[in-house]
Design a binder for this molecule. Structure first.
Ligand code: PLP
Length: 331
């Protein structure tokens, strides 16, 4: 499974681990252990990401530095990175949120100008491409999740780290296995973050179906993109050169409660990814700064339409129902 994943992405090594959060935090810890990052370094990440991205940074003893996303793509905004760089900045985390790649070329240009590392949170974007290259192969290291609801899901929790830095790969491998580099010899105070054999066996099979799953999601997304015509519903923006894999299909509306109630009456379940941004979660109680007005506004307007489990016929029906929504009936 590790070899398949590494070869598919053209990177030196894949390390199978317990889940996506562990993949992120082990990578960051390995960077500190190997001197790639200074202890306590700052890591820049989009403020509207899923909280796991931020938890991994703080778990590794590093400091999350949040930046507002782009309003159109909802992804890391390269124009806002530079103003957040300080002498303590060590890395940028590209979260390919909802399945769409970040603007990697701009991010890489900033990263190389300031000698920063790039970690990709690829938990939602396996199979996505940026200018023809798979996400997860773009930065210095990347983290994958195979949680059952992700585009490639195991039977339970699973994740992976990809990197072509052999020393970092060895450190991740050791950290995930009690910190031992060989049997009963512990070079780090490590953890047990191994992937179960049964998940690895399952994933070898599931990885072969990745492209089929991507095609299925793209077909549904095309139906929504071509069919939804309601001035009150803003469709997602796809940046040029990006092969989106639609982990979520996220629209925006100023009248979200009414929209969701209306769809719910027709038996259409929607979700919000994510209603409370990390900086407003009780566990961070103000330590991530803020306010982040754009992130907070987006959190109040985004809605995820069904994509993982719908057929093309259902997507066409949902499209027609959305087009009939006036936003008045339910206010
Ligand atoms: C799911 C997810 C994670 C964490 O993955 P787990 O396998 O659930 O630990 C991290 N980042 C993002 C963006 C995710 O969607």
């Amino acid at each position: 499974m590790e070899r398949e994943l590494a070869e598919m992405h053209g990177v030196g090594e894949a390390i199978a681990v317990s889940n996506g959060l562990d993949a992120l935090r082990l990578t960051l810890r390995a960077w500190v252990q190997t001197g790639r990052l200074r202890e306590g370094a700052e890591v820049i990440v989009a403020a509207n990401t899923y909280i796991a991205s931020v938890l991994a940074i703080s778990d590794a003893g590093l400091k999350p530095v949040l930046v507002e996303p782009r309003e159109d793509t909802l992804l890391l905004d390269p124009d806002r990175i530079e103003e957040s760089i300080t002498p303590r900045t060590g890395a940028i985390m590209e979260v390919h949120l909802y399945g769409q790649p970040c603007e990697h070329e701009s991010v890489r240009e900033i990263a190389s100008r300031h000698s920063l590392l790039i970690i990709e949170d690829n938990a939602q974007a396996i199979g996505a491409t940026y200018k023809g290259r798979l996400t997860g192969s773009l930065g210095n290291a990347s983290a994958f999740s195979f949680y059952p609801t992700k585009n490639v899901g195991a039977l339970g929790d699973a994740g992976a780290v990809l990197t072509s830095d052999a020393e970092v790969a060895a450190a991740v491998r050791a950290l995930a296995n009690y910190g031992s580099d060989r049997r009963y010899h512990n070079i780090y105070k490590g953890f047990n973050c191994r992937m179960d054999e049964i998940q690895a066996a399952m994933l070898r099979v599931k990885l072969r179906h990745m492209e089929q799953e991507t095609r299925r999601r793209r077909e549904i997304a095309e139906i929504y993109l071509n069919g939804i015509e309601n001035p009150k519903v803003e469709l997602p923006t796809i940046a040029s050169g990006c092969g989106h894999v639609w982990h979520q299909f996220v629209v925006k509306t100023a009248d979200r409660d009414d929209f969701r109630a209306y769809l719910s009456e027709s038996g259409i379940g929607t979700d919000i990814h994510y209603a409370t941004p990390p900086h407003l979660q009780p566990c961070y109680s103000g330590e991530l700064g803020g306010p982040y007005p754009l992130t907070e506004l987006l959190a109040n307007q985004i809605v995820s339409l069904p994509i993982a489990t719908v057929t093309p016929e259902e997507a066409r029906l949902i499209t027609r129902i959305i087009n009939r929504w006036t936003g008045k009936k339910h206010s």
